[in-house]
Design a binder for this molecule. Structure first.
Ligand code: FPP
Length: 247
């Protein structure tokens, strides 16, 4: 039986987040420079986005560039930034055709001007779409996000609009870059690494983690379906015992 038909469409995760990893090692395996891996990673981005939208997943978040990625060789960083501009410009039409809205989380004001502009244009041009939201994490790290949230809340407390004794989890969720987006229920990481790498630390409190050895450029629709099937096989208890769960 094919994988897609094994998926229960009534029990889909609303939000899937992905740490796309292994582009560099994939390129090395093919005897090519790292940038070749990133270029082929775009195919996996397209396939995964399409698979998620076709299934009816509401939010897909992709970790495209972390705040730590600036430490990579200058040439790789500039190639990645160019690739983002190129991909955004090329794919906006496809996003519109498929009714997908683009969003970004991260310190995007620090991106190079052209990347920043292409991103804002993409966000603006797809703002009315409502089938699925594709969230790109760009110049993102969870510690940056939590620090910003703490700053916002501290300011509100200082200004008297927030009583520190009344502070609750919702205040924190609302102060994050993901404000208004449900927490991911499934987090996928490719390339055999079992780390979270400063990604959505608050939001993944109850997420199922799915690690696969496949390098990101090789990750296709079937691999995405497999991750969803695996998710659906797990029992999500949220601190309760099995018998307390409604069947
Ligand atoms: C991780 O592989 C990949 C990245 C840091 C970049 C991901 C970017 C893309 C797939 C291209 C553009 C994306 C979009 C959303 C348009 P790695 O370089 O860390 O691989 P390695 O661990 O094998 O070195």
């Amino acid at each position: 039986m094919d994988l897609k038909s094994q998926i229960n469409l009534e029990k889909l995760p609303k939000h899937v987040a992905v740490i796309m990893d292994g582009n560099g090692r994939w390129a090395k395996q093919h005897g090519k420079p790292r940038v070749f891996g990133h270029r082929n990673g775009v195919t996996a981005v397209r396939d995964t986005t399409e698979a998620a939208a076709e299934l009816g997943i509401e939010y897909l978040t992709l970790y495209a560039f972390s705040t730590e990625n600036w430490n990579r060789p200058k040439l790789e960083v500039s190639a990645l930034m160019r690739l983002l501009v190129e991909t955004l410009n090329k794919e906006i039409q496809t996003l519109n055709k498929n009714n997908i809205r683009l969003k970004a989380i991260g310190d995007i004001n620090k991106l190079p001007g052209r990347t920043h502009d292409a991103l804002l244009q993409g966000i603006e041009n797809t703002a009315k779409n409502d089938r699925m939201t594709l969230v790109l994490a760009l110049n993102y790290s969870a510690k940056w996000e939590l620090t910003e949230a703490a700053r916002k809340l501290a300011k509100a407390a200082k200004e008297g609009t927030l009583d520190p004794d009344q502070l609750n989890e919702q205040h924190i969720s609302n102060a994050l870059a993901t404000q208004g987006i449900p927490d991911p229920e499934l987090l996928i990481r490719t390339s055999g690494e079992s780390r979270i790498s400063n990604f959505l630390l608050w939001q993944i409190a109850y997420a199922e983690l799915y690690f696969t050895d496949i390098f990101w450029p090789d990750f296709g629709k079937e691999n995405f379906y497999q991750a969803i099937i695996d998710f659906q096989r797990r029992e999500r208890r949220f601190g309760k015992i099995s018998e307390q769960l409604i069947p």
